[in-house]
Design a protein around this ligand. Structure first.
Ligand SMILES: [Zn+2]
Length: 262
């Protein structure tokens, strides 16, 4: 009886081996596709500090100001906007430029400026994203704000490989030959963007691909920084949304901030 069953079992084993071979081929080819599209993202390493009008890279806290009137004011509630992110561009791990990038946003709950000014849209009046030069010590002012976010200075960056969001696969010409393969690679953190706060890499889109257009050049802007709800900043964008700072390729001074949630 055992001898009789053997040839069948061998055939089954061969078929299984061939399936594994095909699967391995799918894994290798999918992995090669992702390898070709991976970018380096940098996750901020932060330290909570006493707030200071400084030109350091930080999340939350208070900004560097060129003069006493330099803190952007919300056109809706007329209060100072919250500093969400300040990046000292000379200190970035890649692509260093001069100056400071600052993202301000009105998070006022009482006046709900985020909703009335459609703050989720890039170029909304609820946000100001600007690049400024450091000109001597910062001006110091008393902020016209109910509360200031805890200041967390960025003391370092942790580099990680990052992959495009699935919504971008079509445009990038990425075809997944096998769903099971995608799931396996995803478990190994390959093939999807990091969801946390990060510099560079690929954006984690929530409601589809949303690179804003540079209105002058008419070209898509490039991703620069991602801010996730409740990662380093104690703030929720809508229903656990994620925000993105983007920069024009043609004009590095043109910056935008938009966010989306589920
Ligand atoms: Zn406001």
């Amino acid at each position: 009886m055992i001898e009789k069953g053997l040839p069948v079992k061998t055939g089954q084993l061969q078929r299984t081996a061939e399936r594994f071979k095909r699967l391995m081929h799918h894994i290798e080819s999918t992995y090669a596709i992702f390898e070709a599209h991976k970018k380096k993202a940098y996750l901020p390493i932060t330290e909570e500090v006493k707030m200071q009008f400084s030109p350091r890279s930080k999340i939350g806290g208070i900004p560097y100001l060129r003069n006493e009137n330099d803190w952007p004011v919300c056109p809706n509630c007329k209060r100072n906007m919250d500093l969400l992110v300040q990046l000292n561009l000379a200190d970035l791990p890649e692509k260093s430029e001069e100056g400071l990038l600052q993202l301000f946003y009105c998070t006022s709950k009482e006046t709900d400026c985020s909703s009335s000014l459609e703050g989720y849209l890039p170029f909304s009046k609820a946000s100001v994203v600007r690049k400024i030069r450091v000109e001597g010590p910062s001006a110091k002012v008393r902020p016209n704000l109910a509360e200031v976010f805890q200041e967390k200075v960025i003391s370092g960056w942790e580099a990680q490989f990052d992959y495009p969001h699935r919504e971008e696969y079509d445009v990038l010409g990425i075809e997944i030959p096998h769903e099971g393969v995608f799931d396996c690679l995803y478990e190994q953190k390959i093939g999807n963007p990091i969801r946390r706060d990060k510099l560079f890499g690929w954006p984690n889109w929530i409601q589809g691909v949303s690179y804003p257009y540079d209105p002058k050049a008419g070209t898509g802007m490039q991703f620069l920084f991602q801010l996730a709800s409740f990662d380093h900043l104690n703030y929720r964008f809508g229903d656990d949304g994620t925000g993105h700072i983007t920069q024009s390729v043609e004009n590095s001074d043109l910056l935008a901030f938009g966010w989306a949630c589920h």
